[in-house]
Design a protein around this ligand. Structure first.
Ligand SMILES: Cc1cc2nc3c(=O)[nH]c(=O)nc-3n(C[C@H](O)[C@H](O)[C@H](O)COP(=O)(O)O)c2cc1C
Ligand code: SF4
Ligand code: SF4
Length: 262
């Protein structure tokens, strides 16, 4: 048996995990959000992690789950990152955790699928939410890598994304640290305008971080910054920070249905 553990805010990573499984039916799919408080002991022959890049690293919840996992007889561990365009130190982070457990990261893949966030738009090079046409193009070209990914997993072929420059590693390390350090306050930036109190955002949050009260959604301080709530609200009622540029009102919904229809 094979296993894939995925985390996905807006559906890109879940879509890719499901695309892999379509070619590898003997694979069980686990949502990292659903198993985040479990002690996982896996006996799967191949284990994959599929996740989005956050601030040039891996999401906190992904790090937490990999750290607590135990591998018993696993032969091939791989990582697939979906991203706006820069994977930073994500694969190094996973490799380091696995090394500490006497395991090896045997293959890494990055798929540029477009950014689901405009919140860092003032930071050059972080990517912005692209047009729907561009999102389609990116998704189609990401799928072109699928055969290689499946071939590597099936035949246990080691293949790695290129190592990044030393200076980029330093920057990525700082960016990741600052991001994780700021997560407990991240959801203080959310507010609502024209909310119809449908409660869908609360129902869809992967880590149950939203409660409804008489004013609409209330964020509880354990946000993973996945931006599912921000992007999925059909009324665009969820705003973040200043919203002082028209770009801030764009939303990313290419694959959102796959994580909001559960
Ligand atoms: C908080 C946050 C930080 C992000 N940082 C990066 C980044 O450093 N590099 C990058 O290429 N994409 C970044 N992105 C974009 C996502 O990695 C990308 O859109 C991903 O495909 C989303 O996957 P999902 O739909 O499975 O959540 C970031 C997105 C969010 C929400
Ligand atoms: S913010 Fe959007 S999804 Fe959430 S309750 Fe209001 S209208 Fe519904
Ligand atoms: S509150 Fe919103 S951004 Fe935070 S984890 Fe939940 S859905 Fe994601």
């Amino acid at each position: 048996m094979n296993e894939i553990y995925y985390f996905s805010g807006t559906g890109n990573s879940k879509r890719i995990a499901e695309d892999i499984i379509e070619h590898m039916p003997q694979t069980k799919l686990f949502s990292i959000a659903d198993v985040r408080n479990e002690k996982i002991e896996t006996q799967a022959k191949t284990v994959g992690f599929v996740f989005p890049i956050y601030s040039l690293g891996i999401p906190r919840i992904v790090e937490k789950v990999i750290k607590t996992m135990e591998f018993q007889g696993t032969k091939f561990i791989y990582a697939v990152a979906t991203m706006g365009g820069n994977y930073g130190i994500a694969f190094e982070q996973i490799s380091k955790i696995l090394k500490g457990k006497g395991e090896k990261l045997s293959a890494t893949f990055s798929l540029t699928m477009g950014s689901n966030s405009n919140l860092f738009m003032k930071i050059p090079g972080t990517g912005l939410i692209s047009s729907e046409e561009e999102q389609e193009k990116l998704y189609t070209s990401a799928l072109e890598k699928l055969d290689t990914i499946v071939d590597c997993i099936k035949n246990r072929i080691e293949l790695y994304e290129p190592d990044i420059k030393f200076s980029s590693k330093l920057i990525s390390g700082l960016a990741t640290k600052a991001f994780i350090g700021g997560l407990s306050k991240y959801d203080k930036g959310f507010r609502v305008s024209n909310c119809i109190k449908c409660g869908k955002c609360a129902k869809c949050c992967p880590v149950d971080n939203i409660e409804m009260d008489e004013n609409g959604p209330k964020w509880l301080g354990k946000c993973e910054a996945c931006l599912r709530c921000f992007n999925m609200c059909q009324n665009k009622a969820i705003l973040y920070g200043k919203m002082d540029e028209p770009e801030m009102y764009k939303r990313y919904r290419r694959n959102i249905d796959i994580v909001t229809m559960d």
